[in-house]
Ligand binder design. Sequence first.
Ligand code: SF4
Length: 261
Amino acid sequence: MAENQTVLFHSTVFGPIRSRRLGISLGINLSPDDGKVCSFDCLYCEAGYNRQGTGTTGLPPRQKVYNDLRSTLERMREEGMGLDVITFSGNGEPTLHPDFPGIVDDVLALRDEFYPDAKVSVLSNSTRIFTPAVCDALDRVDNNILKLDSAVEHTMRLIDRPTEKSFTVERVVEGLKRFAGTAIIQTMMLRGEHGGEPIDNTTPEEVDALIEAYRKIEPREVMLYSIDRSTPEEHLQKVERPELEAIAARMREAGFNVLVS
Ligand code: SF4
């Protein structure tokens, strides 16, 4: 994989996928079917690096997202299938879609019509939390899952590689305070190297900095995870579960509700 690793999802609605952690889930990909659109270029991105390009199909129009989700939910209901969660994820950053707020409303309405007990989750990299309409939409979903991989500027830039220089740890932590008590902060734990530079966000200093940032943000929950599939940067190592649990224990001691996934 690595350098030639490319997008994972070739449709706007994907699944249902059955997982132990999420149950039965459907995914919504607001990026093109054959390209990636993201404001980060993470070394660990399962969809590959941004330089593969944005593809040819463009962002799916709001009406297409609605139609595709509606027909999938109709089919699932006819087949008597259950549904636990609908998750915005896919080949990039969902909040970059210009109609993201309207699409969230459509998805919530379809959820209410077909599977009122299912949750709606958004996996976001936090780069668009400075746009009020995006924040308001994130407030409306059940699980607003926002990324903070490191609270150390240099490490965040190495791992996540934001495309805009104005995106800084200080600014994002300040912005994330808006979601105090509601946001789920997702932190990818890893170590390795890139371009000869070592990377490790599991050191005591890094964990202390994260705890300090979480104190300011006051998240509803912290989700710790590590690499699960192949990554575009090959020199990254998975942090195994016992170590993730040890880091989680430190965070719990600091008063946070931490889930290791
Ligand atoms: S934010 Fe998500 S989609 Fe974007 S590069 Fe990182 S892992 Fe990939």
